[in-house]
Design a protein around this ligand. Structure first.
Ligand SMILES: [Zn+2]
Length: 134
């Protein structure tokens, strides 16, 4: 499954990121549909809304409920042995990741160092990637 996520931004001040994520999903073996707008995840209340024509009982509907649950509690990912692989760009600054250790975590060394100064981020990161080191 390939997931693309776009974070919503404030309409007045485009620099303000909103806790709203537009999710596009492509399922393995589905060459007909390709990337489908699966729906919207609302991070602040942990809910989601499926895209038009997406049924909750469909594979994409189920993927959305899984992703929303994983946003709330990342330990679910380990429970189901799911990993996220990035497309090779830093989640923070968008630059191409060149260090091999950066690719699975999705942050370049400088951005990761900066992000780790936030204790909440550091706790989440260490629980998600317990064996990480450069
Ligand atoms: Zn970066």
């Amino acid at each position: 499954m390939t997931v693309k996520v776009k974070q919503a931004r404030d309409k007045q001040d485009r620099k303000i990121k909103l806790p709203i994520f537009f999710v596009y999903i492509s399922l393995l073996g589905d060459k007909e549909q390709g990337m489908v707008f699966a729906g919207t995840i609302f991070q602040n209340n942990g809910t989601y809304r499926l895209g038009r024509g997406i049924d909750q009982s469909s594979r994409i509907g189920k993927a959305m409920s899984f992703l929303t649950a994983a946003v709330k509690d990342t330990t679910i990912l380990r429970k189901y042995n799911v990993t996220f692989q990035h497309e090779g760009r830093c989640c923070s600054c968008g630059m191409a990741l060149t260090h091999p250790a950066s690719i699975p975590v999705g942050f370049g060394p400088d951005c990761l160092k900066r992000k780790m100064q936030d204790p909440a981020f550091a706790t989440m990161f260490k629980s998600t990637f317990p064996d990480f080191k450069y």
